[in-house]
Each structure stands twice: as structure tokens, then as C-alpha cells.
Design a protein around this ligand. Structure first.
Ligand code: HEM
Length: 501
């Protein structure tokens, strides 16, 4: 290469570097602190999906910038505001949620059928389309509808207990995360689609397939980056961002939808969604929840319903196994409940305050989503600041840090379910406990997930005493933004009849 070429290359590099520096001055020019950023990348390497311990890097800066109530990051050159200011959180999540109704745009520009299907799911929908779809799906998750699923959930929880106790004979220590995953898969398949996938009997095909969404793979990361940086070439090569397992679930759902159209109804989530669409007063409903979209929402149920609730059950069992006094207390509450009501009934389980408190405390310590995010849709001034959010700007709330902050939670790393008992709930600061998110875009299936976890945990504790396997150390990771135990949860189960009480 000649001197001129070298000079040209050097000039381009210097100009690009200056441009990157200018873009990375966005936060300092607005008086918002920001940790040191790498040229071009910004903080992308620390905060995006490549980092399987996402909450740690947010927490480091939360601690460093606590007094400012916020800090700024850059994903490449895109500014992202991270804030824990109560007024701002209330504003973006609740009061002015209309101006922050979206999440980030995962533009799956591959054009692949699989990616087109996934871009239809409720989580990824935006603006008016999200609003219309959420309005159709919300009635599916009311207390009354969830109550009607109770017998199905109980059947699957019984199968979980039977299966686990059978394993006890062969394995002194078991990875309960695996079995909880089979339970949540069987429950969602049964409650949502009337499908008996029998993961807890003899067939782990569904759980094997769904695991593809919760396993870190270099190929998946590479494909995501490839699609983001060179969408045209990605499309030309016919690649898809989502794993082929999407097709398996889409096929299962399509067959089920076809059977329903032929008249086989059974009152599950799929029927409820079809009914909600067909009985809606809004004539546009059929355009919002098309058959394609219905398949997408159903595939979403399989994915969203699997790992989150299985992790909640895993973490709560682990915490109760470590805290034997709390385990004994909870078992006493459950025994009393059965003595009073004759069995585990829907009403009894909804009134079991310690059971609820144990799960809420577990979700505080191990929230499935360690951060929640909103994208601004209308130019808005943030309350109490001179900052203006423009359409497309991202705002993040560091859920994990708020859940572990000693200013709000004395002895934050300790498992203290009493914090969530009715008499103490009034002491909880607003916006410091958000395991299901907040505002109109919160988790649509919160009631269902909690019911599923309560039934399984109650039945398990009434049958067995939980103990942590010797030498087991809990490790955490986030995959596809969901935090879960990296190497499962190794426990031993002792039938409670053997206990001297
Ligand atoms: C313990 C279990 C679960 C936890 C901790 C959890 C947590 C969350 C969180 C934090 C969000 C984001 C909320 C926000 O941005 O404010 C969310 C959204 C969502 N969750 Fe869950 N979830 C759980 C179980 C489930 C289940 C079982 C399903 C479906 C069967 C489900 C379906 C969804 C959907 C569809 C959304 C997107 C809602 C929207 O964008 O309108 N979740 N969940």
C-alpha cells in the first residue's frame, strides 16, 4: 500500500474515532454520569446478551452512581438511561406509560418464516398493535379463568411429586430444576392447549426442544450479531435468528388449532383466546389476532411458561432446603390448611400467606428478569430533571439492584419471607419489588405462574423434606435475558413420614 492509502486509512480511522467520541458525549453534555465507554462499542460488550451475568455490571454502576439516581450507557452509539429514581420509574412504567409503551425493537430482518412468526409475539409487539393484542389476551388470564385451570394444575403437580419420589429410590441427589421444568412444560401444554406431552411420565421431547431457547450457544450469539450488522447478507443466506425448535412448537400448535376449528373445545387458554377474539366488540380483533398471530402467542406460552416458573420453583426449593426453620414453618401452614379445608383447594392456597411470602421473597432474591426496559414513543421531559427522552430512547430499571439494596431490604441477602407477610407489606418501598414488572406492560401471566408455583411447592413440601446436596453451590446465569440456576439445583428429598415431628 502506498503512503496515500495509509494516510487515507488513518484519516478515516481518526474521523470515525472522533465521531464515536462525540456520540459518547451525549450523557456528559446532559450532566448524567456514565462509566468509561470503549470507542465504537460503548458498553455493548458489558450489557448485551453476550454477558450472561448482566445484572452484575448494572449493579456495579448502580452502587457507584447511587446518589445520582441514574447513569447513562451506550450500546454502540445508542444512549440508554438506567434509572432507579422512584418518580421517574412511576412516570415511565405507570403514569405516562403511554409514552413508554414499547420495549426495544428486535428487528428480525432475516425475512425467514420462523423469525416472522416470533416477531408476532406479544412481548415484541409495539404501539397500537401491542395494545390491541394485549386487550384480546388479557381476559384469558383473569382470576376466574385461572381458577378453572386449578384441577389441571393439581394433576400435574401430583405427577411431579410422584415422579420425584420415584427418583428418590434411585438417586440420593437430584437436579430438581430438570423436574420442575418438566412440570411447567406439562402444565402449560395441558392448560394452554390440552396437549398431554407427558414429560413427567416417559417423554422429554418437549423439554429437550424448549431448552434450545435457554442454552447459551456461540452460534446463536454469532447469528444475532450477524443479523444485526449485515441484515442483507443474512437474509440472502436464508438464515434465521431463532432456533429450528420454533418449528416444532409451531407445528404442534397448528395441529391443535386445526382440531379446535373442527369443533373440539376444552376450555383451555387456546379456546379462551379464540373466544376472546370471536366475541370481541372490536371488528379489528380478527386482524389483530390472526391465525398466524395465534400460533405465535401459543409458541410464546411454551417458551415463557417453561423456564421462568421452573426457576422460581428451583430457587424457592433451594432457599427452603437451606433454611430449615422456614421450611418447617411453611409445612406447618400447609398442614393446617389441609386440616381446615380437607385438601389443597384453590381458595385455601390463595389464602396461604406464608406460602405467598416465601415465593415473593424468592423472587426478590432471584428475579427472572434482572432488568426491565421501556422504549420512549413520544418526546417527554422526565420529572424532576432537565432530561428529555426522544422516541426510540431506551430507559432501563435495574430490578436486581433494587431487590438487593440494603436501604430498602435490611440484611438483603438473607431469606426472610416475613417481609412479605400482610402485616409487613406496608413497609415495602414503592418500586423496589418488581419481579413481574410494573404497569400496563407487566407480566400478563403473573397469577397463573404464581398459582402453578404454589400448588407444586405445597404438594412437594407436604410429601418430602428438602435438603441441599452436599457440596452443591448455586451458580447463576442469564440466557435470553432470563436468570436461572446455571447447573440446576441439586437437592435430596426425604419422605416426610420418616420425620420425627
Ligand atoms: C415466575 C414466573 C414469571 C416471571 C417472574 C415473569 C416475569 C415477567 C416480567 C418481569 C415481564 C416483563 C414485565 C415488564 O416489562 O414490566 C414479563 C412479561 C411477560 N410474561 Fe412473564 N413471567 C413469568 C411467567 C410467565 C408465564 C408462565 C407466561 C405465559 C404463559 C408469561 C408471559 C409473559 C408475557 C406474554 C409477557 C409480555 C407482556 C407484554 O409485553 O404485554 N410469563 N414476565
Amino acid at each position: 500500500m502506498g503512503v496515500e492509502t495509509w494516510l487515507l486509512v488513518a484519516t478515516v480511522v481518526v474521523l470515525a474515532w472522533l465521531y464515536s467520541r462525540w456520540r459518547h458525549s451525549y450523557w456528559s453534555s446532559r450532566g448524567v454520569p456514565s462509566p468509561p465507554a470503549l470507542p465504537f462499542l460503548g458498553h455493548f460488550h458489558k450489557v448485551f446478551f453476550i454477558n450472561s451475568r448482566l445484572w452484575e455490571s448494572l449493579h456495579e454502576n448502580y452502587t457507584k452512581f447511587y446518589q445520582s439516581s441514574m447513569f447513562g450507557l451506550y450500546e454502540f452509539s445508542r444512549p440508554v438511561l438506567v434509572t432507579w429514581d422512584a418518580d421517574i420509574m412511576r412516570h415511565i412504567l405507570v403514569k405516562d406509560s403511554e409514552s413508554f409503551i414499547d420495549r426495544r425493537d428486535f428487528d428480525m430482518r432475516s425475512g425467514h418464516e420462523r423469525d416472522k412468526l416470533i416477531s408476532e409475539i406479544l412481548n415484541l409487539k409495539r404501539g397500537a398493535e401491542w395494545k390491541a393484542l394485549r386487550a384480546i389476551m388479557t381476559p384469558t388470564f383473569t382470576s376466574g379463568k385461572i381458577k378453572s385451570m386449578f384441577p389441571l394444575v393439581c394433576d400435574k403437580a401430583d405427577a411431579l411429586v410422584k415422579f420425584s419420589m420415584k427418583q428418590v429410590a434411585e438417586n440420593p441427589h437430584m437436579d430438581m430444576k430438570k423436574y420442575f421444568g418438566r412440570y411447567t412444560m406439562d402444565t402449560i401444554a395441558s392448560c394452554a392447549f390440552g396437549i398431554e406431552c407427558n414429560s413427567l411420565v416417559d417423554n422429554d421431547e418437549f423439554t429437550r426442544k424448549v431448552e434450545a431457547f435457554f442454552t447459551t450457544s456461540i452460534l446463536a450469539i454469532f447469528k444475532g450479531l450477524f443479523c444485526m450488522c449485515m441484515p442483507r447478507l443474512f437474509k440472502l443466506l436464508g438464515l434465521s435468528v431463532n432456533p429450528p425448535e420454533v418449528d416444532f412448537f409451531a407445528d404442534v400448535v397448528q395441529e391443535t388449532v386445526a382440531a379446535r376449528k373442527a369443533g373440539k373445545r376444552r376450555g383451555d387458554f387456546l379456546d379462551l383466546m379464540l373466544e376472546a377474539r370471536d366475541s370481541s366488540d372490536d371488528p379489528s380483533s380478527k386482524h389483530v389476532l390472526t391465525d398466524h398471530s395465534l400460533v405465535a402467542q401459543s409458541v410464546l406460552f411454551f417458551i415463557a411458561g417453561y423456564d421462568t416458573t421452573a426457576s422460581l420453583l428451583s430457587f424457592s426449593s433451594f432457599l427452603l432446603a437451606k433454611n430449615k426453620d422456614q421450611q418447617r414453618r411453611l409445612r406447618d401452614e400447609l398442614r393446617q390448611m389441609v386440616a381446615e379445608h380437607g385438601d389443597i383447594t384453590y381458595h385455601a392456597i390463595m389464602e396461604a400467606t406464608l406460602l405467598d411470602a416465601c415465593l415473593q421473597e424468592t423472587l426478590r432474591l432471584y428475579p427472572a428478569f434482572t432488568m426491565i426496559e421501556r422504549a420512549c414513543t413520544k418526546t417527554t421531559k422526565l420529572p424532576g430533571t432537565d432530561l428529555t427522552c426522544r422516541p426510540g430512547d431506551l430507559v432501563q430499571v435495574p430490578v436486581w439492584s433494587l431487590h438487593h439494596d440494603p436501604r430498602y431490604w435490611p440484611d438483603p441477602e438473607a431469606f426472610i419471607p416475613d417481609r412479605f407477610l400482610p402485616e409487613n407489606k406496608g413497609n415495602i418501598h414503592p418500586f423496589t419489588h418488581m419481579p413481574f414488572g410494573m404497569g400496563p406492560r407487566n407480566c400478563i401471566a403473573m397469577r397463573f405462574a404464581l398459582l402453578e408455583a404454589k400448588v407444586a411447592l405445597a404438594k412437594l413440601l407436604l410429601t418430602a423434606e428438602l435438603e441441599v446436596a452436599p457440596g452443591f453451590m448455586l451458580t447463576l446465569e442469564t440466557v435470553n435475558a432470563v436468570m436461572h440456576p446455571k447447573d440446576g439445583i441439586m437437592l435430596s428429598l426425604k419422605p416426610v413420614k420418616e420425620l420425627i415431628i
